[in-house]
Design a protein around this ligand. Structure first.
Ligand SMILES: [Zn+2]
Length: 307
């Protein structure tokens, strides 16, 4: 779905400008950053500290795949110095937004650079392959090593836009990396007993999590990313659960949770309904606490049902 502009930018600017001031900056020199997702906003805040003012376009508890931009997004981008996105077509809706925002000095960065991607389509690619993953799977945020690379990419973008604060950003990056390393040890230990466990997610948003923690995903409930399952597909998934010893169904709240519930009941296995981005729940206050929350819920769901 494309963002259609009914009004000229100048007209919208006049109409909305008084309502859309950025939060008062701590100092005059802060870098104004707009990110697509809340995860990226959190990382930009962690690395940028008090040298940045950050806003995300996608609100808490929502999904970049399904987001439709609002006119106010134009003004956020118009006033920003740095725009950070995931990439890989996840934010196809952002392309027109950025070009219409009338901001020639905007620096654009994407954090998928350097990440070992999964589900990269081979051969001819068009949107009949599914929603929105035409260049590979963009849902890598639950892999801690992808988190590490995302943070590095955010650092590079910040150091480019504001080279005078590069050392400060580098210190913040080092502190983040050290916390992430500790957290990753904890997560790896907590998930180790479940190596090889099979689970089925609604959307292809768990493939990197499965790779990071040695889990298996025989299928997703969607037949292709962005295609809700037919009744026949639901039956097929229930059969797969029984035949393959699948232990858990996982969905995010913005998908059809009732389908996940139905499969869980019919297959006699638990299901989890989880936000996987920063801000989804109060506990998910930054990148590390978001992954921590997901790991904790996952372990709880599997642990309660024996191995
Ligand atoms: Zn997706």
């Amino acid at each position: 779905m494309r963002f259609k502009y009914k009004y000229s930018f100048a007209f919208l600017l006049l109409l909305f400008m008084p309502l859309l001031a950025w939060p008062p900056p701590a100092s005059a020199a802060v870098v104004k950053i707009v990110t697509t997702t809340t995860d990226l906003a959190s990382l930009a805040t962690t690395i940028g500290g008090d040298k940045v003012a950050v806003q995300s376009l996608v609100p808490n508890g929502f999904n970049a795949d399904l987001y439709s931009p609002r006119p106010s997004d134009l003004f956020k981008i118009h006033q920003a110095q740095l725009f950070i996105m995931v990439g890989l077509g996840l934010e196809d809706w952002a392309r027109d937004l950025v070009s219409e925002a009338n901001n020639a000095n905007l620096v654009k960065a994407q954090v998928s650079t350097g990440i070992a991607l999964l589900d990269v389509p081979q051969g001819h690619v068009d949107y009949s392959f599914g929603d929105i993953h035409p260049y590979g799977n963009p849902h890598f945020q639950l892999d801690p090593e992808a988190g590490r690379q995302m943070a590095k990419n955010v650092f590079n973008a910040l150091a480019y836009v504001d080279p005078s604060d590069k050392d400060y950003f580098a210190q913040n990056l080092a502190a983040f990396e050290s916390q992430l390393t500790d957290a990753e040890k904890k997560w790896t230990a907590e998930m180790a007993p479940f190596a090889g466990v099979k689970f089925i997610p609604y959307h292809e948003s768990w493939d990197y999590f499965a790779r990071a923690f040695n889990l298996q995903i025989p299928e997703s409930i969607e037949s292709k990313p962005g295609f809700p399952p037919s009744p026949a597909r639901v039956e097929e998934i229930i059969r797969t659960c029984r035949a393959d010893g699948v232990r858990l169904i996982v969905t995010e709240p913005y998908y059809d949770v009732s389908v996940a519930q139905l499969i869980s009941q019919q297959a006699g296995i638990p299901y989890l309904n989880l936000y996987i981005d920063v801000g989804g729940t109060p506990e998910q206050k930054d990148y590390i606490s978001t992954v921590d929350y997901v790991v904790t819920q996952f372990v709880k769901a599997l642990g309660n049902h024996g191995k």
